[in-house]
Design a binder for this molecule. Structure first.
Ligand code: ADP
Length: 364
């Protein structure tokens, strides 16, 4: 096991495209860290630099105590799992698992022992004689994991390993990977564009956008204290409601929206008195829009557009003037489309972001 340290790691592709613009962070020994961001943000490039599959343009990469910038992938003592399982179609599962080890010249009994152990761990015992073509997608992905497992590497690098699976299998495999990690305790770096996967699998998450690291923290810290507008909007489903407007202090607070609509906000909101008259973004998560009593001063009326009951809760898509909002209501609370709801925002749960640099605003 080992920690992985990135110090100002940059990748400029030969065509001049800056895919990673200076990433600095550490993956702790035994930590399960997720890199997440929209497609094209540079997360695969970063992972591939750690793996040694992509040349590092500048910066320093350490695995354990060793600088590995110029160390060949096979000598980095890491194992990578890809979205495309990359199994050898003509070999059985057992042969697929054993192949890499044989290539490294590991003695036969040791190979057999490791293959048997990986098969046991991943529930592949009954499938060892099958060819990849005779396996389901989930089983194939399990074999791909097994091939990494038998290597007993210092770190696992996984690049969108579950993207080819359907939603139900993905949820199941997510738990399997977490369980596997808990059992092995091996350092793991996991790349995904899926924020749910990131939230459920990451002990810490690195959020990226346009080659830049936006924020690094635990899932709940990112959710509760996003550092900027991008992170606020990216993590969470349904996404945080974000409204641009001018804040007015008038006893309580009011947000004046572009279309002239005025949204009363709680007097106890954690806004700074100095923000009176300031144009900014206000954010509120769907679960922090609460039903308000008729005529409640700090409430506002919203028209129900579309209702999505998902069983455990109800997502209510609303309109305030020309603005769309989503509220997350209790399972029994299914308002009729076209009806008007009186809502209020939970005061301690409002976010504010600067108009220019989009960073989270803190009260002075
Ligand atoms: P992600 O994994 O977040 O989807 P990638 O790391 O694959 O993103 O790519 C980051 C950016 O670098 C993208 O804009 C992509 O188009 C670009 N890119 C990837 N590979 C190359 C390459 N070989 N040459 C030039 N640009 C590349």
């Amino acid at each position: 096991m080992a920690r992985v340290q990135l110090d100002d790691l940059r990748k400029v592709y030969p065509n001049g495209h800056v895919a990673v613009a200076g990433a600095t962070f550490e993956v702790g020994d035994g930590e399960r860290l997720v890199l997440v961001g929209p497609s094209g943000c540079g997360k695969s490039t970063l992972l591939r630099m750690i793996a040694g599959l992509e040349e590092i343009s500048s910066g320093t990469l350490r695995i354990g105590e060793r600088v590995v910038n110029d160390v060949a992938p096979k000598d980095r003592d890491i194992a990578m799992v890809f979205q495309s399982y990359a199994l050898y179609p003509h070999m059985s599962v057992a042969e697929n698992l054993a192949f890499g080890l044989r290539l490294r010249g590991l003695p036969k009994p040791a190979v057999a022992e490791r293959v048997a152990e990986a098969a046991r761990t991943l529930g592949l015992d009954a499938l060892l004689e099958r060819k990849p073509g005779q396996l389901s997608g989930g089983q194939r992905q399990r074999v791909a994991l097994g091939r990494a497992l038998v290597r007993q590497p210092q770190a696992f690098l996984l690049d969108e390993p579950l993207s080819n699976l359907d939603a139900k299998l993905r949820a199941g495999m997510r738990v399997e990977i977490a369980r596997l990690h808990q059992r092995l305790g091996t350092t793991m770096v996991y790349v995904t564009h899926d924020q749910i996967e990131a939230m459920t699998l990451g002990q810490r998450i690195v959020v990226m956008k346009d080659g830049q690291v936006q924020q690094i923290d635990t899932p709940m810290a990112l959710y509760e204290r996003p550092a900027n507008l991008f992170v606020a909007g990216f993590l969470g489903s349904p996404a945080m409601n974000l409204l641009r407007g001018r804040l007015q202090r008038d006893g309580g607070w009011t947000l004046e929206l572009a279309d002239g609509a005025r949204l009363p906000l709680p007097a106890e909101a954690r806004f700074d008195a100095g923000w009176h008259g300031r144009e900014l973004h206000v954010g509120v998560r769907p679960e922090h829009l609460l039903r308000a009593g008729e005529g409640e001063a700090e409430g506002f009326d919203a028209v129900v557009d579309v209702v999505e009951p998902v069983g455990s809760e109800v997502f209510v898509n609303l309109r305030v003037g020309t603005h769309a909002l989503v509220a997350r209501l209790a399972p029994g609370d299914v308002p009729a489309a076209g009806s008007t709801l009186r809502l209020r925002a939970a005061p301690a749960q409002l976010h504010a972001f600067d108009l220019a640099d989009e960073s989270a605003l803190m009260r002075e």
